[in-house]
Design a protein around this ligand. Structure first.
Ligand SMILES: *Cc1c(COP(=O)(O)O)cnc(C)c1O
Length: 383
């Protein structure tokens, strides 16, 4: 059996809707499918404004522009995350104060944030790792106390929630990703979600290359001209058509992913060798998005041997983030020299198992069996 790590699947009407976009002769940004996706997010996530973007990275870059981030500013970012959570701000000249993450959920450690706050700090970026919510109450109250903006990089956690509130609706701004590897996809794509009115008008200008095109189209101004910074952040309606077909299947996709996650969890929890690895931790204050399934190994050597063994059995398992604070660029843009030992440790021990909508029960059971077989010969302390 050959099982790849990811498999970008079709869920229903993607091709039909793409054909529709072509027939309507609106394939560029800002078309009818873009409007449908934005309305969908605004109503389902209870956010004030959704703007589809070319990627989550671009949506994060828009948040940096909206906050007027500039040299001399600092932004707090977890060390265990994707590069874009930090690079969107360093692109504007900010320094990054890297916060360590919690050993259980791998989310930013809310108790490590306050020590990083100073007069230069502008924002706290949180990442809901694996779609499991961060401890938002503590983070939001810290932000309020110090007048900081909270931005949720919610690339993993679409349709998850914290204390009944959808992720993406908790910070002043949030971003989504529709990259091929995410729960809902269109190849490459993203969204900027705004929960604070003051950013909406300017966000429309930024995404239209710094022009007042939107106001012009709605008749508010009689000239279409250059008024601010900006870039080409719009998602093509062709891709929004693909995305909308996926969003329509929200419930089906979530159910498939929940079943996969639960089957892995139960299968591995019952393993005779379960003391050799740690299963994923969720947050009792929320509902997760079932974005991925990972194991934490005891040692880096154990992880390497596991990945090799699974590969020899036809199963592609992969590691995840390398801690950003100790990366070559991270060292250049750091605001302080604090250690992030949990991020460093997770970088070397965390391994992700295959996870995609079409993964069958038979395939999951095979992966669980092969995991068991690995530990039957690689158990600690002898290994
Ligand atoms: C995937 C991902 C991104 C980047 O998303 P793109 O849409 O590829 O730009 C950013 N942050 C996190 C946490 C991600 O997982």
């Amino acid at each position: 059996m050959q099982i790849s790590f990811n498999h970008p699947g079709f869920v229903a009407k993607e091709l039909l809707y793409i054909a529709e976009a072509i027939q309507r002769e609106h394939t560029s940004g800002g078309g009818p499918f873009t409007a449908k996706c934005n309305l969908f997010f605004e109503s389902q996530l209870h956010v004030q404004k959704s703007i589809l973007t070319t990627s989550c990275t671009d949506a994060l870059e828009m948040t940096a522009l909206l906050l007027n981030i500039q040299p001399g500013d600092e932004v707090i970012v977890p060390s265990f995350t994707f590069v874009s959570s930090a690079s969107a701000f360093t692109l504007r000249g900010a320094k990054i104060a890297f916060a360590d993450v919690r050993p259980d959920t791998c989310n930013i450690d809310e108790t490590k944030i306050e020590a990083l706050i100073n007069s230069k700090t502008k924002a706290i970026i949180v990442v809901h790792y694996a779609g499991v919510p961060c401890e938002m109450d503590a983070i939001l109250s810290l932000a309020k106390k110090h007048s900081l903006v909270v931005i949720e990089d919610n690339a993993h956690g679409l349709f998850a929630s914290y204390k009944g509130r959808p992720l993406g609706s908790l910070g002043s701004m949030a971003t989504l990703s529709f990259h091929e590897t995410k729960n809902f996809t269109c190849g490459e794509g993203g969204a900027l979600l705004l929960n604070d009115n003051q950013y909406i008008e300017r966000a429309e200008v930024l995404k239209d290359k710094g022009t007042n095109r939107k106001q012009f189209l709605s008749g508010q101004v009689d000239k279409y001209t250059w008024v601010d910074h900006g870039s080409s952040f719009l998602l093509a309606d062709l891709l929004a058509a693909f995305l909308y077909a996926q969003l329509e299947q929200r419930e089906k996709v979530q159910r498939l992913r929940e079943n996969i996650w639960n089957r892995y969890f139960i299968g591995l929890q019952n393993s005779k060798f379960a003391e050799n690895f740690e299963l994923p931790t969720t947050n009792p204050h929320g509902q997760q998005a079932f974005h991925m399934f990972y194991l934490k190994m005891k040692t880096p050597e154990q992880r390497s041997a596991f990945i090799e063994w699974m590969k020899s059995q036809g199963i592609q398992c992969v590691f995840h983030y390398q801690s950003l604070h100790s990366s070559p660029m991270g060292r250049k843009v750091r605001a302080s020299n604090n250690e992030c030992p949990i991020s460093d440790s997770l970088s070397t021990r965390l391994v992700r198992l295959p996870f995609y909508n079409e993964l069958s029960e038979e395939q999951i059971d095979y992966i669980v069996k092969k995991t068991d077989q690995f530990f039957s010969s690689h158990s600690l302390p002898n290994f």
